[in-house]
Ligand binder design. Sequence first.
Ligand SMILES: C[S@@+](CC[C@H](N)C(=O)[O-])C[C@H]1O[C@@H](n2cnc3c(N)ncnc32)[C@H](O)[C@@H]1O
Length: 298
Amino acid sequence: MSSLQPVSSSFTHCQLVYVSESQHSQVADIQALIIAHQLPIILHLELFADKLNQKRRQQLSQTATQPILLLDDKDKLSWLSDGLSVAPEWDKLQRRVVSAGRKSELLLQAAKLTTDSRVIDATAGFGHDSLILASTGAQVIMLEQQPLMALLLLAEQQRMSALPNWQKLMSRLHIINSEALSYFASLQAESLNTIKKVDAIYLDPMFPEDSYQDSKTGKGAKVGKHMQALHQLASPPTSEEELQLLQSAQAVVGQNGQHTQLRGRVVVKRPQLAPLLANQQPSESWHNEAVRFDGYFV
Ligand SMILES: C[S@@+](CC[C@H](N)C(=O)[O-])C[C@H]1O[C@@H](n2cnc3c(N)ncnc32)[C@H](O)[C@@H]1O
């Protein structure tokens, strides 16, 4: 095991497990992403040449004192959370991305993007919704507060950029490791001459784990492995934080009005029966059996 970066208390220490000597260049690529994007992550490398079956993965994550990242034999980077590998799975979205449109995607009905739109996905997570937003041709700025999640996103973008069919879409994703409120504040501090318009801001903040409800039974619905893992890293916002997030997002899209006739919007994703974000009434809502998108027009 070796430490590769200077130690600082605000850095996240992660164990990077790789499975073959021949993966040195892929490991170097991951380190290069950390440096290029100034992610506060210190990697501790461990070559694990034994077969990493489910039992070993479980043992590894149970005994670990720090998050474990796994570079598997297909060079896919994932996070080993409770023995399960979780990672952005963008290739699995291919069919959805190709056919995405306002008819098939409620998110796109709510966001109303065009090819020259610029949208901020302020809570990027695994980036699945960002991909749907980018399928419109829009530029998508993806904010993710957790360095480990930001690294998974960057590694997935790098991996997918090697596939010719995905290159254009990948070039429209701009991943930034930042907390949304501080990013919004920095946008507002920019000089009015340099500020670029933001047509829409998308918010999908964490929601209490026990409050996902099945719309038919009203009982708790099962949370998928991706969301279960995220609940270990991030907590739902308090009601004051919800209000701050919504108001700051509205202020950013509202800045467009100072230069153009554009009307921006903030779109918030909620489980279908969940209360409104910060108790604020949206201008319009779209829902299916599982989710609801609340649109706040500015
Ligand atoms: C529910 S998940 C989003 C899932 C995402 N829509 C997707 O398609 O994968 C929320 C994510 O937003 C991040 N997040 C929550 N609040 C944030 C904030 N204020 N700024 C930046 N990221 C935030 C969390 O760390 C988490 O990864």
